[in-house]
Design a protein around this ligand. Structure first.
Ligand code: URA
Length: 453
């Protein structure tokens, strides 16, 4: 008869747990017979003592098997998924899912909501009026079969162990543990039935892994789990020192993703989208050649110019017209996705423009110095966006889809004293009190450093 207190003690003392012990912990925790206090103590013991590769693999399987496991059988085609370990301004899913599907590789993407300084894909999609993220496994299967892509919230029947354990880790400072992150991420990919998996492991101030070394260790263990379980898996390691792209906040990020889908957008965002998509095409078996995969991804973001359409750069905010500048295959696929899940891009543009019409104008944050922007701290920018209403500090806090930060400068850009560095879009649900704006400005001042030229 196993006793949780003994297993906590063994892990606390740095011993290895067996497969049957790990399985027992997960089963009993999900069944409610192991209380949160013991599970939290065990998670902390894992945090300090770690787990070896075998234990991490067993934990992943035990978590995946705590609920339903989906299986895909699309004739001749592998269904692929991608996962980013989280960051600020990371809207890559909105671009790469339609991009990869437009190249003929089906994508079934399960996404999450944002928490703390990091954003979540579901919150971004919910900025599009009507977009339904609650698809059943059956709806998801039908939609991927019909149009080749779907993005949905993870259903409650998939990996219930992760939902419960992640909530506990979040409030007990046990999130940034390599075996716990690896098993959390990979159990969800395995349960969702992904046959090819691409991982974007972030490092830097805005990521869970602050150094490249730790990101590399996390990538290696996740690759070993994926390959060990027979899923073709590739991993990228990418920086998250400054936000990705120029937009942080849900509707601002949808607009920026649309720019990339239409063949434009910021260079850093576009480049990582191409890289991720190329890797997804490879794990999906579209091609085994890296160059060809890259070329296919680039082509998916190229298309014919649409006469008469335009993107206007109107200061202080960017005004993107409803009409695409270029009709690319990826943009067409994005529109198909939005329509299939009940969303309306017309209503999205209406709302964005309505915000402006109702006088909810952004506040400009001006450069306090002349020089070169040497640091634009992703975590701090994410925290400021959250305070403005774009993110949630607890799992139940509401999110304002129109709040956020539009950057005008990134690291390496020069600026004059008094020149706008960014525009702050305030929550439209409540007037932002002076005191809160004061805190936002404090956080932003702490986010930037200059090199005086
Ligand atoms: N993302 C996850 O899905 N799980 C973690 O533990 C951390 C990031």
């Amino acid at each position: 008869m196993l006793r949780m207190s003994e297993l906590i003690e063994r892990k606390r003392n740095g011993n290895k747990l067996s497969a049957s012990e790990i399985r027992w912990i997960i089963q009993e925790y999900v069944a409610g017979t192991i209380p949160d206090c013991q599970m939290a103590a065990w998670a902390m013991a894992v945090f300090f003592q770690g787990m070896n590769a075998e234990e991490t693999m067993e934990l992943t399987m035990a978590m995946a098997q705590s609920g339903d496991i989906l299986e895909w059988s699309l004739k001749d085609k592998l269904v692929v998924d991608k996962h980013s370990t989280g960051g600020v301004g990371d809207k890559t899913t909105l671009v790469v899912v339609p991009l990869v599907a437009s190249c003929g590789v089906p994508v079934a993407k399960m996404s999450g909501r944002g928490l703390g300084h990091t954003g979540g894909t579901l919150d971004k999609l919910l900025a599009i009026p009507g977009f339904n993220v609650e698809l059943s496994s059956e709806d998801m299967r039908r939609q991927v079969g019909d149009i080749g892509l779907a993005i949905a919230a993870q259903s409650a029947s998939l990996v219930p162990a992760d939902k419960k354990l992640y909530g506990l880790r979040d409030v007990t400072a046990c999130v940034d543990s390599i075996p716990l992150i690896a098993s959390s991420v990979m159990s969800k990919k395995i349960a969702a039935g992904a046959q090819g998996i691409v991982l974007d492991v972030k490092y830097g101030s805005g990521a869970f892994m602050t150094t490249r070394d730790r990101a590399q260790q996390l990538a290696e263990i996740m690759l070993a789990i994926g390959e060990g379980l027979g899923r073709s898996t590739r991993a990228l390691i990418s920086p998250m020192e400054e936000p990705l792209g120029m937009a942080v906040g849900n509707s601002l990020e949808v607009m920026e993703a649309i720019e990339v889908l239409q063949g434009g957008g910021p260079k850093d965002l576009r480049e990582i989208c191409i890289e991720l998509a190329a890797n997804m095409l490879m794990v999906g078996g579209r091609t085994g050649n890296e160059r060809e995969a890259q070329a296919l991804a680039v082509q998916g973001l190229q298309g014919s110019n649409m006469p008469g359409a335009s993107v206007q750069e109107g200061f202080p905010q960017k005004v993107i017209t409803q009409e695409p500048t270029r009709s690319t295959p990826a943009w067409q696929m994005f529109q198909t996705l939005v329509a299939a899940q009940g969303g309306s891009l017309d209503a999205f543009w209406e709302e964005v423009q309505g915000q402006r019409r109702h006088g909810i104008e952004p506040v400009l944050f001006l450069s306090p110095a002349k020089g070169t922007l040497a640091r634009l701290d992703a975590r701090r920018i994410g925290q400021a966006a959250m305070l403005l209403g774009a993110g949630r500090d607890t799992q139940d806090s509401p999110v304002d889809v129109h709040a956020g930060i539009q950057l005008y400068k990134k690291c390496g850009d020069t600026t004059e004293k008094g020149e706008p560095l960014m525009a702050l879009y305030l929550s439209s649900q409540e007037p932002t009190p002076q005191e809160k704006m004061g805190r936002v400005c404090e956080v932003l001042k702490d986010a930037i450093d200059f090199r005086i030229n």
